[in-house]
Design a protein around this ligand. Structure first.
Ligand code: ARG
Length: 467
């Protein structure tokens, strides 16, 4: 009597084995707890595979029908919570196949003809990620459109622009929002590019080398909405560069959100006091009654760390794998899913919260009047009156030093006082030294003049529609 006769081995591969998998190993190698979220994609892939096998004559009509209706029953069972997920069946693929065989008998066992879990899982993840990218792209568009409304509303709102977090030159708050818009526009472009490259069908690659059955890879690719079958079977089952690319695009996107978060946190502090975030996005303190904490931006800033970490996980996961599939790849899912969930959650919060912020226009204006934000305008004025720029820079530097010593802005000095630094200065200097004059002067494509901000908003609305 062989060992096999008295020990129960795994129904999916037990033929070659003489003892049962160790219980710890079974739990250690199982992925069902996290890959079950792929059930809809797994079932769509199985249906496409079954339809194709029927067409090429590998499956007869009645088997194909039984498979398709059995899979529909399984969707119902999963969605009503009646489906029993079993760790012993390891992953989403084998859980579904085992249940299908319970439901329809031998036809269920025929589904895996000409297929492997290797091309199956590579297909499932691509289908899933493709849908999630579509969600992310539409969330980005919603957030961007909110930013454009805010930019238009606040085109004339003047705030200090910073370099080195020191007051540099006055800018329009709307212009600042348009900078955020552009960052997100590139993020959306990266998501589109990633989607396009990943949208090829691994089905038919089977374990690694393809299959000896007559298959129609164009047919399964078309049924699943892929642009084409993947060109090489080894590559199709083994690479996860599309997941890496998505995580890289997400890390950049989250880095953008994190920079925005940082500004929101600063601007809502008592020291800046530039904006008021909607109460529904803030929390209080259990001890300090006065507190209104910007928790949501802080959390988004914090979550950027895990998304960056997920990218590094996937890069490291891939870097030493020989072709073709290795079990290492099962580790792709948790970082990928966590990235998706984090990005979707963060965008949802920002798309709602940011356009609802209130500008404290007077405070921004007052802050822009500090720090000699129109010093460059005075230098440019002197250049227009014939002084070389370097000399003008020197003259204005002295005027600023005088202002610092006397706690006075350039625009608060008298004409005589200013003339003391250069006799080229006349009465018309005061237009130049005003915040309004400073922003209005930067009247070119990409500049901060309110007129340009309004034009840029209109142009951005077109681009948002077109892409
Ligand atoms: N759960 C596995 C994964 O996520 C499915 C593929 C398993 N393939 C294999 N040859 N063991 O990668």
């Amino acid at each position: 009597m062989s060992k096999k006769d008295d020990k129960q081995t795994n129904p999916s591969w037990g033929g070659r084995f003489s003892e049962q998998t160790d219980a710890f190993v079974e739990a250690f190698t199982a992925s069902v707890d996290f890959d079950r979220r792929l059930y809809l994609q797994d079932i769509a892939g199985s249906k496409a595979h079954a339809h194709m096998l029927q067409k090429t004559g590998v499956l007869d009509d009645s088997d194909c029908e039984a498979i398709v209706s059995g899979l529909d029953t399984i969707i119902e069972e999963i969605e009503s919570g009646r489906f029993e997920w079993r760790v012993s069946a390891e992953d989403v693929h084998m859980n579904i196949e085992a249940r299908l065989t319970e439901l329809i008998g031998d036809a269920g066992k025929r589904l895996h003809t000409g297929r492997s879990r290797n091309d199956q899982v590579a297909t499932d993840i691509r289908l899933y990620l493709r849908d999630q990218i579509d969600i992310i792209v539409s969330q980005l568009a919603e957030f961007q459109s909110g930013l454009l409304d805010l930019a238009e509303r606040e085109a004339d709102t003047i705030m200090p622009g910073f370099t080195h977090l020191q007051v540099a030159q006055p800018v329009s708050f709307g212009h600042h929002m348009l900078a955020w818009f552009e960052m997100l526009q590139r993020d959306a472009g990266r998501m589109h590019g990633c989607r396009k490259r990943m949208n090829v069908s691994p089905l038919g690659a089977a374990a690694l080398a393809g299959t000896s059955y007559p298959i129609d890879r164009q047919m399964t690719a078309a049924e699943l909405g892929f642009s084409a079958p993947a060109a090489n079977s080894l590559d199709a089952v083994s690479d996860r560069d599309f997941a890496i690319e998505f995580c890289a695009a997400s890390a950049i996107l989250m880095t953008h959100l994190s920079r925005m978060a940082e500004e929101l946190v600063m601007w809502s502090s008592a020291q800046f006091d530039f904006i008021e975030l909607p109460d529904r996005y803030c929390t209080g303190s259990s001890i300090m009654p006065q507190k209104k904490n910007p928790d949501v931006p802080e959390l988004v800033r914090g979550k950027t760390g895990r998304v960056n970490g997920n990218l590094v996980s996937l890069l490291t996961l891939m870097k030493s794998q020989p072709l073709a599939y290795n079990k290492d790849n099962q580790e792709d899912k948790e970082p990928l899913f966590d990235t998706i969930d984090t990005v979707v959650g963060s965008l949802r919060a920002f798309a709602d919260m940011v356009p609802a912020l209130q500008c404290k226009r007077d405070n921004m204006y007052k802050a822009a009047k500090q720090g000699f934000s129109t010093a460059t305008d005075l230098a440019d004025y002197l250049v227009r009156k014939g002084l070389p720029f370097r000399d003008a820079h020197e003259v204005v530097g002295k005027a600023v030093a005088h202002g610092v010593a006397n706690s006075r802005d350039l625009s608060d000095m008298t004409l005589d006082e200013l003339k003391g630094f250069s006799d080229r200065i006349d009465e018309d200097v005061f237009e130049v030294l005003s915040l309004e004059g400073s922003v209005a002067a930067r009247n070119h494509i990409g500049g901060t003049a309110p007129e340009q901000v309004r034009k840029a908003v209109a142009g951005a609305r077109q681009r948002l529609k077109g892409e």
